[in-house]
Write a new protein. Structure first.
Length: 239
């Protein structure tokens, strides 16, 4: 039995992963943007899940989410699932939140970061990025950054299995009803990486197959520039 915290699990792939993991006998900590959204996961809570709430576009609330998780029994794994495709909060939700939660949540030995095939169109440049969400950022950039974060964590924490996942273009609220990919495959790899017989780290995965990411994601100098920028913005270094 594994204990897993999943961000953005009130709907979409996060909720589907939570449902599957609960059905398979694992312990799950859910996350919703606010307490009102927790009503959407009442069935999962009734099935034994725990839940925390906080808006991941706000660094103070990200810290509060980490504190809520740390007050519970520590998770064995975290799936950084929450994400936005459009809007000003892309960088806070897609990059700052997984960075801060990684820095602040104690104990997990497996980490999964949701990326996207669109990360290959991202720019490997953190100069002038507005991490606060004061202006809209690029979705492709954000997914390149979070992929590089996953690889940086794998390098800096060799005792932790840290991987990035492209779930595919699946028919969720974000993906839209016409998305062509398989919905079950959209959350299978995350579940497998946190509960399966896996020893890989620092990988980029799509449907349980390791893929080649944007070259910058594995560039140590770029990873370190990204980590410095996020540490400067948040005031929290990643150790």
């Amino acid at each position: 039995m594994t204990r897993i915290f999943i961000t953005g699990s009130a709907d979409g792939l996060g909720r589907l992963a939570a449902r599957t993991l609960l059905d398979d006998g694992h312990e799950v900590i859910l996350h919703a943007r606010d307490t009102h959204r927790l009503t959407a996961v009442k069935d999962l809570v009734d099935a034994g899940a725990e839940a925390v709430a906080g808006d991941l576009s706000d660094p103070d609330q990200i810290r509060a989410v980490a504190a809520q998780v740390n007050r519970l029994t520590p998770p064995d794994a975290v799936i950084h699932n929450a994400g936005l495709y459009t809007g000003a909060a892309i960088m806070p939700v897609n990059v700052v939140a997984p960075y801060l939660l990684t820095a602040l949540i104690a104990g997990p030995s497996r980490l999964v970061y949701l990326s996207s095939g669109m990360h290959r169109g991202g720019r490997a440049d953190v100069t002038g990025v507005d991490w606060s969400g004061g202006r809209a950022g690029s979705y492709s950039d954000s997914k390149l950054f979070v992929t590089a974060l996953a690889f940086a964590v794998a390098r800096r924490r060799p005792e932790v299995l840290s991987n990035a996942v492209d779930p595919g273009w699946v028919p969720t609220r974000m993906g839209g009803p016409g998305a062509p990919d398989d919905l079950r495959l959209g959350h299978l790899t995350q579940e497998w990486l946190v509960t399966g017989d896996v020893s890989d780290t620092g990988g980029y995965w799509h449907h349980q197959r390791r893929q080649s990411p944007h070259p910058a994601a594995g560039d140590v100098d770029f990873q370190d520039r990204l980590l410095r920028a996020l540490a400067d913005f948040t005031g929290v270094p990643l150790t």
